[in-house]
Design a protein. Sequence first.
Length: 289
Amino acid sequence: MHTEKEVSQATLLITCPEKPGIISEMSNLLLEHSANIIHFDQHTTDPKSGMFFMRIEFELEDFNSSFSTLEQNLHLMAEDYPMEWTLSSKKKLKRMAIFVSKADHCLMELIWRWKSNEIQVDIPMVISNHEDLKEEVEGYGIPFYHIPISSDSKEIAEKKALELLDGKVDFIVLARYMQILSPSFIAKYPNQIINIHHSFLPAFVGANPYARAFNRGVKLIGATAHYVTNDLDEGPIIQQDVERVNHRYTIEGLKVAGRHVERLVLAQAVSWHIEDKVIVHGNKTIVFT
């Protein structure tokens, strides 16, 4: 649970063309609303003509009134200057749906962190195309929905999933969900679907990466958490990590080592997303850590 101090905090993310005075302008705007800045991060692709990215975390005294007024002023600013922004509050927890197939390691890592309050999020549902993890998930008091998928029923299955998700979640995590989502599904949640790929992308895109890594005799294996786009395993990368291996590793040994990396990488990416530390720009991300 958030402390009383934390629920008075908000986070502002801004993307805009670089221009002189943008930092001063934003600081003054927050000052007008009696905001106390806690963290301030920025990045520019080019100081003269590039894109400017900013993350500001701050406290508000009269939160409800100040937050609403600040939103209105940001809307007005965006009318005069080409600026994209999001304003979020710790007063309202983000709602995360988890999609999973049979492997449980990434799913359980997220549930354990949620249970211990390491990631502060609501989990209104877990959706799976298999029933294997139903008892385990429901044991934590999380609703589990089984939606079987075949080559003939994919469209119907996605429709059922979207009906369950509608209005109940803010973002989706694919915790080793071994199905490819359709473009129409992805369009419903742009830059709000996080996938874990069991490879250090862009190497070994697609299926069976550990077998292909074994055949290549790799010395490093890794995992990549990224936002889902219509291009398979090519969405904006949020987090990656690797583990060193050697010639003694079998394919199964690579999978075991890989699972450790996968769950840590996915959990970190999810944490950054929840904490509004990620800005997507084109097919890249700016991660303020």
